[in-house]
Design a protein around this ligand. Structure first.
Ligand code: HGY
Ligand code: MN
Ligand code: MN
Length: 425
């Protein structure tokens, strides 16, 4: 067993990690007009299956013990010297939004694989086993809620309810799509074994680290998320003959809600954000007053009471508009997660490790949702952020510099070693 000093000197092979990121990014690749290289691998599509097969192949090549559970979560484990010890887990997701990048989620999974390969290459054994996982449908773009796979993994959503979720785009049933792509696995979920600890390497997906010229974010937690689908039903009528006072215009109400939630976020300030990302009008024709609008509202805040305040203002706005315009507004919650605080000890371990490796660091909350917020329900958890160029993500121009990728992966390696050696004699 190497001494602690030499373990401190261990580093990943950044080029090998970059090559895997590039290879996985080719699955569902989108080429932009200015050379952007994004990818589209919506959960449980053929592209997702292809990406899964590629990563499972790499896991197999590394000789890891692979399990696939009943909601399609894949966990690959490297044995430790103490078979009774709970595994230290790393991971993230490899599904993307429709206009996704090559780093969101993928970095956490392939960074974990790189840690495994580095340990194998140097013949390092650890007391705790080490697992690398990718969780099903983290994005929630096709099947809501987001973080669905890790939520089922920790027992936060019943498996049967997850399998019955219908896709927003084609109404496909999640369980059917899982079987169709061959990832309805035999391992029961929720998991029978809580990890010893969980740490997720992820791009920041925002502008803070780049703005402040900082390399590593030690993530303190994840803000609260509230997703609502609205179905607004008015009355279609002729755009030219119908006086304004006699209209029941679903299109107008959708637009008023879009502007209204933005005003709520602006008035509240702080970390409050509001987004209308999806809006479909029916019949969607230039000379017909829209009979129906289906849209989504995404509200987030780091503080639960303020998020509830934003939701109350949003619902009051809907009630007023429905009354004034004479439409009905049906509301369906798609996701609702309270803010999560990560484990103090894990946050400090990430920060201390990054500083020991000579990187600038900052403690910060996550604006985006992550599987880590679900794993935090069952074990000590934190995240490692690396900068996003121009703060862009969920955009094919998403990019993180190779040097920052290596820096994040080395922090991941050293954090995993620190946790996996705990209790070793
Ligand atoms: O929506 C989110 O924050 C995450 O990308 N699922
Ligand atoms: Mn992500
Ligand atoms: Mn994402």
């Amino acid at each position: 067993m190497r001494n602690a000093e030499s373990l401190y000197d261990l580093r990943v092979d950044g080029d090998r990690l970059w090559r895997r990121l590039e290879a996985l990014g080719e699955v569902g690749a989108i080429l932009g007009p200015n050379g952007e290289r994004g990818c589209a691998r919506l959960a449980l599509t053929d592209a997702d299956r292809e990406g899964r097969d590629l990563v499972v192949g790499w896991m197999r090549d590394l000789g890891l013990a692979i399990t696939i559970d009943a909601v399609g979560n894949v966990v690959a484990t490297r044995a430790g010297t103490d078979a009774t010890a709970a595994p230290v887990m790393v991971g993230s997701h490899i599904d993307t939004v429709r206009t996704g990048g090559r780093f969101d989620g993928n970095l956490g999974v392939l960074g974990g694989l790189e840690v495994m390969e580095t340990l194998e290459q140097h013949g390092i054994s650890t007391r705790h086993p080490i697992s690398v996982a990718f969780f099903t449908d983290e994005e929630g773009a096709r099947f809501q809620p987001d973080m669905l796979g890790s939520l089922v993994y920790v027992g936060g959503m019943a498996l049967e309810d997850a399998l019955d979720v219908r896709a927003a785009d084609d109404n496909a049933r999640l369980g059917d799509e899982l079987a169709r792509i061959g990832y309805a696995g035999p391992t029961p979920c929720p998991t029978a074994t809580a990890p010893h600890a969980y740490v997720e390497l992820h791009i920041e997906q925002g502008p803070v680290l780049e703005d402040e010229d900082i390399t590593i974010g030690a993530v303190t937690g994840v803000q609260g998320i509230s997703w609502t689908e609205l179905t607004i039903v008015g009355q279609s009528a002729h755009a030219g003959t119908t006086p304004m006072r006699l209209r029941h215009d679903a299109g107008y109400v959708a637009a008023a809600i879009t502007a209204g939630v933005r005003a709520i976020a602006r008035e509240m300030g702080g970390t409050q954000v509001a987004t209308v990302g999806r809006c479909e009008l029916l019949p969607n024709l230039v000379n017909v007053i829209a009979a129906k609008a289906t849209m989504t509202v995404d509200l987030r805040n780091t503080d639960e009471a303020r998020l509830e305040k934003a939701e109350a203002s949003f619902h009051a706005l809907c009630d007023q508009l429905a009354k004034d315009e004479g439409v009905t507004i049906e509301r369906r919650s798609l996701a609702r997660f309270e803010p999560v605080e990560f484990d103090e000890g894990m946050i400090k371990l990430v920060q201390r490790t990054a500083q020991r490796l000579g990187h600038s660091t900052k403690m910060m909350p996550s604006g985006a949702g992550h599987d880590a917020q679900m794993l935090a329900r069952v074990c000590p958890t934190s995240m490692i952020f690396v900068p996003s160029v121009n703060g862009l993500s969920h955009n094919i121009a998403e990019f993180t510099k190779p040097a920052d990728i290596s820096a994040g992966a080395n922090v991941l390696l050293q954090v995993v070693l620190a946790k996996a050696m705990e209790g070793a004699v």
